[in-house]
Design a protein around this ligand. Structure first.
Ligand SMILES: NC(=O)c1ccc[n+]([C@@H]2O[C@H](COP(=O)([O-])OP(=O)(O)OC[C@H]3O[C@@H](n4cnc5c(N)ncnc54)[C@H](OP(=O)(O)O)[C@@H]3O)[C@@H](O)[C@H]2O)c1
Length: 278
């Protein structure tokens, strides 16, 4: 890139330019860094929801949302929580509001104490209704072992109006685990090894249009490896952590996936990068 093509994407103002916090929660003090915008603040719901996501042929749109430190680490002491912050949580709710299904690996469920998706803010709820989506996304867990506690929050705290979480697993697991889970989840058990492409295909057959994968690195690596990721939303946390694992676990991808930058928002020293697969 020639020097005259370099763009300063963000320069922190010396003094606050906005009058203060708005009282409408999710949208306060979010600035658009790229593409350049003359507006001081942007509406993050519009930034994520009012964009095209053309349906890929024969499968749902797959979006990955992760948070990483500046040095690319995705967990501190085994959890992603310390990387997050208030702005990150607000934006997570906005991104979650896009999904028909939130897909997670069992490792993340176990370490993060996953709960059921919450009711989104009004602006997101209106868009979901316009798109014909359910009030809240459904949760889907991939677990080769079915080693999930049926009394865990994601099962026990589900809104009774919502369908139970989906659990994708194998018929090879101890039968009592399948029995325990079948009372609190819709269990989809297949013979042999679980293939993420088959999971995504099953979701498509159920009418799912947008799948949001929230990790962890093991599951995301498989989706990337299978060429199934259409959009990657990365929150860059203003921390340097050292050690630890990155966005993808396991072996390198067969070929690196090229991405195109769709937007960068900034809030509370976080960057929120939205990439599309080329
Ligand atoms: N920074 C972030 O945004 C973020 C997001 C999520 C997670 N994390 C962190 O990531 C760590 C967990 O990572 P992880 O890679 O272990 O978790 P993961 O990808 O969530 O889960 C891995 C587990 O998912 C199941 N699984 C995934 N693919 C499978 C397949 N093809 N067949 C059968 N089972 C499959 C297996 O569960 P079974 O063991 O039950 O067979 C496997 O052990 C935690 O430290 C968490 O805090 C960070």
């Amino acid at each position: 890139m020639a020097v005259d093509e370099l763009r300063l994407l963000h320069s922190r103002p010396q003094a606050p330019t906005s009058p203060g916090w708005a009282d409408d929660g999710y949208r306060r003090d979010v600035q658009q860094v790229f593409p350049r915008s003359d507006m001081d603040d942007v509406d993050p719901v519009a930034a994520y929801h009012d964009v095209d996501r053309p349906a890929p042929a024969g499968r749902p749109w797959v979006l990955v949302n992760m948070v990483a430190s500046v040095d690319g680490v995705t967990a501190v002491d085994g959890r992603s929580g310390p990387l997050g912050g208030e702005a990150d949580h607000r934006l997570l709710g906005v991104v979650r509001g896009l999904a028909d299904v939130v897909l997670v690996g069992a490792g993340t469920v176990r370490t993060e104490g996953y709960g059921p998706p919450r009711t989104p803010v009004v602006e997101v709820g209106e868009r979901r209704a316009d798109r014909g989506q359910a009030v809240r996304p459904r949760l889907a867990v991939v677990s080769g072992s079915a080693d999930l506690d049926p009394s865990a929050a994601l099962f026990a705290d589900r809104n009774p109006d919502d369908p139970p979480p989906l659990v994708y697993t194998s018929t090879d697991v101890p039968p009592d685990r399948l029995v325990g889970l079948s009372g609190v989840a819709e269990v989809v058990a297949t013979d042999g090894a679980l293939d993420v492409a088959a999971v995504v295909a099953d979701l498509y057959d159920r009418g799912v249009g947008i799948v949001l994968c929230e990790g962890g690195p093991g599951l995301v690596a498989q989706l990337c490896s299978a060429g199934l990721v259409d959009e990657l939303c990365l929150s860059v946390s203003p921390l340097v952590v050292g050690g630890g694992s990155g966005l993808l676990a396991g072996a390198p991808l067969p070929t690196p996936t090229s991405l195109r930058l769709a937007h960068v928002l900034a809030a509370d020293d976080f960057l929120f990068c939205r990439y599309l697969a080329c």
